[in-house]
Design a protein around this ligand. Structure first.
Ligand code: UFG
Length: 327
């Protein structure tokens, strides 16, 4: 299939390009490079354009001959979404509406959306299933909820075939070392701990040690980025028979902040300073997802479910690319 990949120069999007190519699909990237990296798209055609400009989107769809769209482009900092919700509603909701409008105009009706576990807010228990209440606690999460509502309405009214994939914590890097995680600013735990191991920062701070979890630190479900990517391809291939689809992408296993730090120390063989600081506002104590639905319905299985393997691929990427794509 020919696929337009918005945000294809970003972290999850660029790994999706690898999986698309492996499955024999033809990807075409549309990215404004505000967060993404041109080097991350490999040999895929890249159009630098912005979703706020329908003309640019339309010509990218036309040029690519796309039969499906994977939509990764979005703003994704929870804290920033609290400070500047307008940016999030425009980038994540309004721009998605524009993209869907252009798709309708051009008769493209297959859509894969980057959802997020953040839609579950603070769950009462784990593991979380897709039928649990969605009750995001920050503007970022509410933009993801809003788009899911739009997609359900468009499916009913216009026959849009969509999948919303609710990622838990995306982590790791391509095992061949070619691409990895490079955010500016970086806020995610695994790359920050690795930066401490590499001496790029002098310590790592644990945000809160008094959570109601086994070791007092937050628990998350880390899922390898290439496993996320393969789920996108499987969902896209199943759209004609199965849409609409809403799936969690997770491993069903939780790891605490302390677990992650220990694992990075083990894998890297390096020691570094660990500080304990107060909680970061808005962090749910525990997010672990059940991915039984996508396993059952599409046969998806994470190929790299262990924290060790996830950390190893991330470590290898950062060690070889200490300055990310800029290096
Ligand atoms: N953490 C630290 N120290 C740090 C950075 C993070 O202790 O320096 C902790 C956080 O408090 C959290 C855990 O590590 O408990 C993981 O934090 P991340 O920032 O890596 O990831 P989050 O779970 O906060 O965020 C992820 C996605 C978001 C999504 C969110 C939903 O990256 O896009 O889940 O809660 F919105």
């Amino acid at each position: 299939m020919k696929v337009l990949v918005t945000g294809g120069a970003g972290y999850v999007g660029s790994h999706a390009l690898m999986e698309l190519s492996r499955a024999g699909h033809e990807a075409f990237v549309f990215d404004n490079l505000s967060q993404g990296h041109a080097q991350a798209v490999g040999s895929c055609p890249l159009v630098r354009g912005d979703l706020s400009d329908e003309g640019q989107v339309e010509s990218a769809l036309e040029q690519s001959g796309a039969e499906a769209v994977m939509h990764f482009a979005a703003s994704a900092y929870v804290g920033e979404s609290v400070e500047d919700p307008e940016k999030y509603y425009f980038n994540n909701v309004v721009n998605t509406l524009r993209l869907l409008r252009v798709m309708r105009r051009r008769g493209v009706d297959r859509f894969i959306f980057s959802g997020s576990c953040t839609v579950y807010g603070v769950p009462e228990r784990v593991p979380i299933g897709e039928d649990w209440p969605v009750q995001a606690i920050n503007p970022y999460g509410r933009t993801k909820m809003a788009v899911e509502g739009v997609l359900a309405d468009y499916a009913r009214a216009y026959g849009l075939k969509y999948a919303s994939l609710r990622y838990f914590n995306a982590a790791g890097a391509a095992p061949d070392g070619s691409i990895g995680e490079d955010h500016d600013p970086e806020t995610h735990l695994i790359p920050l701990v690795i930066h401490a191991a590499l001496g790029k920062r002098d310590s790592i701070a644990i945000f809160g040690t008094d959570y109601p979890t086994p070791d007092g630190t937050c628990v998350r479900d880390y899922v390898h980025v290439l496993d996320l990517a393969s789920a996108h391809v499987m969902a896209m291939e199943a759209l004609d028979e199965r849409a609409p689809m809403v799936y969690n992408l997770s491993t069903g296993r939780g790891h605490s902040v302390r677990d992650v730090i220990e694992r990075v120390k083990q894998v890297s063989g390096r020691d570094f300073r660990v500080l304990e600081v107060p909680r970061r506002p808005g962090d749910p104590p525990e997010l672990v997802g059940s991915a039984n639905k996508i396993r059952r319905e599409l046969g998806w299985e994470p190929r790299c479910p262990s924290l060790r393997a996830i950390v190893e691929t991330a470590w290898n990427w950062h060690k070889e690319h200490p300055d990310g794509f800029g290096g």
